[in-house]
Design a protein. Structure first.
Length: 128
């Protein structure tokens, strides 16, 4: 074999290995029950903010920790620790997607996606 062919085979093998590693680290959608059953696996959990429970965010003590409660789509409520600052317009969000893992009875999220209410109304735009 020529040197160029050997180098090409090595590059292909490394690329295939990188693809398999990236596929292994992908997370899936779940609820709090499934996340509790597999605490070593990262999940996307969809739900709504439980506004009846106090939110805790004190940026002077720890700007990268925000604690609140969320109810998943199966009506199970858990305490959530977001390892980021409190998102802007968090209280206005209609739906929340958390990305993280269960630790004990809490869900520890590394990232959050929020669906906020539309700023556009159903009324037709009037032109002059």
């Amino acid at each position: 074999m020529k040197k160029l062919q050997i180098i090409g085979i090595i590059i292909i093998a490394v690329a295939v290995g990188a693809i398999f590693v990236s596929l292994k680290n992908t997370s899936t959608y779940a609820n709090f029950t499934e996340a509790s059953e597999n605490p070593d696996h990262e999940y996307h959990v969809v739900g709504k903010l439980d506004k009846s429970v106090e939110q805790i965010y004190n940026p002077t003590i720890n700007p990268d920790e925000f604690t609140f409660s969320m109810t998943d789509n199966n009506a199970k409520t858990k305490r959530v620790v977001l390892h980021k600052s409190k998102p802007q317009d968090f209280d206005k969000s209609e739906q929340i997607v958390l990305i993280g893992k269960m630790k004990g009875d809490e869900f520890h999220a590394n990232d959050i996606l929020m669906k906020c209410p539309s700023k556009y109304s159903d009324n037709k735009i009037q032109t002059n």
